[in-house]
Design a protein. Structure first.
Lengths: 254, 254
DNA sequence: CCCTGTGAAGTGTTTCACAGCA
DNA sequence: TGCTGTGAAACACTTCACAGGG
């Protein structure tokens, strides 16, 4: 996550751990699927499997919300759907504005799952005057000059940034000034925001790089599993710098 | 994260903490920007600010890679760029296949930052025969029937899934069968994969729901900061179920 | 004297294992 | 008996604070 609010240093009481909050949407999705299949109750084991976590973790997570299960039986699906929805704030409607209607912004606007449960694309905003008025996913694009008005008129408190990286911080500042207090950033930039504003980021290239890291390990791992300590690492001639492996090449790779 | 590999239970030795791995791309990005501005060295404080973390964390992170800094001075930007790139496996080329060329898949294919450092879109795959041959971002879309061949011929080990949720698991299975061992999943589905396969997910609606959770708290927080224990929570009449607040409504909200 | 590198302390998260209730 | 709810142990991650090298 970027700079931003530090979610209250857990003053005890109503503090649900961040890790738990991040899993609630997963449980909710699994429960919604069960609900659609009219399954009345579910055990922690079954629900955990559907959500891709282990059952102890799930039970601990639910224990932070209250005692919503029945010993010997499991959880009432409908009841739990409601409780988690309420906890996540999805029983109300959240108007969202997307700023930057390029390929990605348009794709998000068209994304069906967006509207699911509580979220509504209230406005599309772009800096290109040529786009103003053009409908994307049935919603007319508005010009960035009117950002402030658009945000307040629609009561938007959640903004999605899909601009090029160079514009992201400026857009962020304007959104915050207009009253937005939660931002989902798709631009590959670190956003700085005042206290009280939440930023979450979605970053394709970071995810790929993390995968590449593990992928590389897998390749090197083949047969060399419990390898004995490799020979002492090469040390750079000029300075005393040392690392576990690999020295600086004469020519940097492009 | 979905089901998947458990990244070696930290057998000590060369084990870089997962949290550190997830930040390396952030450092790399900040360093690349400095490098482009021809900045020769940077202190942990400066670099941390640019990456949006605190300096103690950054120094600790770097300490897992080796001793790449100079006391009293800081870090050599070029040298560090190289070391982190190498650690992340970005000194080699990773051919990536995108499966599911709808709005999102096309947007990702067009996304410039994709090709940056080590990644190359090697193939676009879709199940719609009508799309076969159509170029997207200059790359012709191929039919899903040939998935297996496409993956092996291009030596793809990283797959990106941008299909509708219903198709995701099946596509995942086929990718894995074809030799893919890292998957980036954009579909809102829990994927199950065999051991040794990594899955990371990017999920818009989960991120929005997490933001909504905090957003809701902010709204309720106004002036009620150190509120004394609220009155005993209402208890559901029929059963002994109890939660911190809010009972089941007569009619579920749509 | 400045800034890195790192033990040690602190905090958060996961897992274990079982008491207790339906 | 079966499954939830939860203390307590184990583990992971972050922050502190300072020794020590350039």
């Amino acid at each position: 996550m970027a700079t931003g609010r530090n979610h209250r240093p857990a003053t005890r009481s109503r503090g649900i751990p961040e890790a738990t909050v991040a899993r609630l949407p997963l449980y909710l999705r699994a429960l919604t699927a069960l609900s659609e299949r009219s399954v009345p109750t579910v055990s922690s084991e079954e629900l955990a499997a559907a959500a891709g976590v282990n059952s102890a973790k799930l039970r601990k997570d639910f224990s932070y919300l209250g005692s919503y299960g029945t010993r010997g039986v499991g959880y009432d699906v409908e009841y739990l759907v409601y409780q988690i929805s309420r906890e996540l704030g999805l029983t109300q409607d959240w108007p969202v504005a997307i700023v930057g209607i390029g390929n990605l912004g348009a794709a998000l606007a068209n994304y069906g799952g967006f509207a699911s449960r509580g979220f509504r694309v209230a406005a599309l905003i772009d800096a290109d005057p040529a786009m103003a008025g053009t409908p994307v996913a049935g919603i007319p694009v508005q010009h960035a000059d009117d950002l402030d008005r658009i945000i307040s008129e629609n009561g938007v408190s959640i903004g999605v940034i899909t601009t090029p990286p160079g514009a992201a911080q400026q857009v962020c500042d304007r959104l915050v000034a207009a009253g937005v207090t939660s931002i989902l950033n798709f631009a590959p930039t670190v956003l700085s925001v005042p206290d009280g504003v939440d930023v979450r980021k979605v970053d394709l290239s970071i995810e790929l790089q993390i995968l590449a890291f593990h992928e590389q390990r897998k390749a090197g791992e083949e047969g060399v599993d419990t390898a004995p300590d490799p020979a002492a690492p090469p040390v750079r001639a000029t300075t005393g710098r040392k690392g576990p492996d690999g020295d600086m090449p004469a020519v940097m790779p492009a």
